[in-house]
Design a binder for this molecule. Structure first.
Ligand code: NZQ
Ligand code: ZN
Length: 394
């Protein structure tokens, strides 16, 4: 197993009514004037906004709203938040929403402490994060794991490229995870969130070096199983508390300081790199992009990295319960099971059905690999990415 450091400073308050911890927790981290950030209005319709505001008012914590943060959050929303924070002399950021709101808030938290363009602070940028405002989250939809990690994804530029911001200072100080808050998430976003979390686990499972990481692999398999079991339960009954709770906690655990990628050889998150380009070009929902890419990517990787057939076979047997003694046959069956699962949770059948134009596949492949090889088990450069997009097309 490779060396690693593991660090998660976020306190999680999980369960019904845990919003009651909000004010004391904000005060614990010195918050007296809160930038209250949220998305396009769902929190006003489902009562979460009112619940948050009631808690703040109980102990007279002042707040100023930053509303309208869009999915696949654009840097313009981040800059708007930075401006409101500074103009109102805020000292704490509270994200109430899903990954988009939390990610935008992470970038705001770094941006308010930086004298320059917040884009400098993205991975590969010329700036350095040396300080960040304290931030916390009230999670309203499960999937990304942003509530328990130190990263965020921000859309910027004419090509709508998705950039990553990442720093230990960007871990939320605390996150409130009330599964009942996710009852109102529309079906498509609920299922996309499930697949996003599952895909984080898949990205971390299929990495070179997995031959030595039994702990990571076996814990990961259990989490994958829990998502595969509970996603259809959420689909059947969006108000199934335990199904929502298991999905919520599985999503948080799926990334959590990249606990299932540590000790391995490293990955450039190939499925995410390709999926992000679909979001950039078509503003497609993140989890949907991954459901479209994952089976084709795995099929390709199995072919190009046959030395990992055993890992694909483990995936088939330990995650999907495939009974098959031949590793190669089991490996292929596991990928078929994954494809079936995407259809069961109502993800689009292929890129074509999702509205992607065939003429754009080469562009997508070039963009996904513009910063170099994105492979995890085998090399994935433009040519390979193009082949994967083609396999996923129809
Ligand atoms: O904007 P509102 O009105 O709130 O509606 C949202 C949005 O339309 C709605 N929603 C959320 N909670 C709801 C609800 N509707 C009703 N009831 C509720 N309780 O759901 C829609 C999607 O929300 P969004 O926050 O965009 O979804 P998600 O949580 O999937 O976040 C996606 C973003 O996270 C990034 C993605 O790239 C994408 O930009 N990711 C962040 C990661 C991280 N920080 O670690 C890792 C991921 O791999 C991912 O890249
Ligand atoms: Zn993701």
């Amino acid at each position: 197993m490779e060396n690693f450091s593991f660090y998660i400073p976020t306190t999680v308050h999980f369960g019904k009514g845990q919003i009651a911890n909000l004010s004391a927790s904000i005060k614990q981290f010195g918050g007296s004037k809160v930038l209250l950030a949220y998305g396009g209005g769902s929190v006003k319709k489902n009562g979460i906004y009112d619940a948050v505001v009631a808690e703040l008012k109980k102990v007279s914590i002042a707040f100023v709203d930053c509303d309208g943060i869009k999915p696949n959050p654009p840097v313009e929303d981040v800059n708007r938040g930075i401006k409101i924070y500074k103009e109102n002399a805020c000292d704490f950021i509270l994200a109430v929403g899903g990954g988009s709101t939390i990610d935008a808030c992470k970038a705001m938290a770094a941006g308010v402490c930086y004298n320059g363009d917040v884009m400098d602070l993205m991975a590969g940028g010329k700036g350095e994060i040396k300080a960040a405002a304290p931030l916390a989250s009230v999670l309203t939809m499960a999937g990304t794991g942003s509530e328990l990690d130190m990263g965020g994804v921000i859309t910027a530029g004419e090509d709508h490229k998705k950039h990553t911001i990442m720093h230990p200072l960007l871990y939320p100080k605390f996150s409130i995870l009330d599964p009942t808050y996710t009852f109102s998430v529309p079906e498509i976003h609920s299922m996309a969130g499930c697949f996003d979390a599952l895909n984080h686990l898949i990205e971390c499972y299929f990495i070179a070096g997995s031959e030595s990481t039994d702990v990571q692999n076996m814990m990961n398999e259990g989490l994958m199983r829990s998502i595969i079991k509970n996603a259809p339960l959420v689909l059947a009954n969006p108000q199934d508390y335990n199904a929502r709770a298991n999905i919520m906690w599985a999503s948080s655990m799926a990334l959590a300081s990249f606990q299932f990628a540590i000790g391995k050889k490293g990955s450039n998150w190939p499925m995410h790199s390709m999926g992000h380009e679909l979001s950039s070009l078509y503003d497609m929902t993140h989890g949907v992009t991954l459901a479209l890419i994952a089976p084709a990517y795995l099929e390709f990787s199995l072919q190009k990295a046959p030395e990992y057939t055993w890992l694909f076979a483990n995936f088939a047997r330990n995650v999907f319960g495939v009974i098959e003694s031949d590793d190669a046959v089991a490996a292929t069956k596991g990928i078929e099971c994954l494809k079936e699962f995407t259809l069961k949770i109502k993800m689009p059948k292929n890129l074509k059905d999702a509205g992607v134009e065939e003429s754009k596949l080469e562009y997508l492949a070039a963009k996904a690999t513009e910063w170099g090889n994105i492979g995890a088990l085998c090399k994935i450069e433009k040519e390979e990415a193009f082949e994967i997009f083609n396999r996923a097309f129809a």
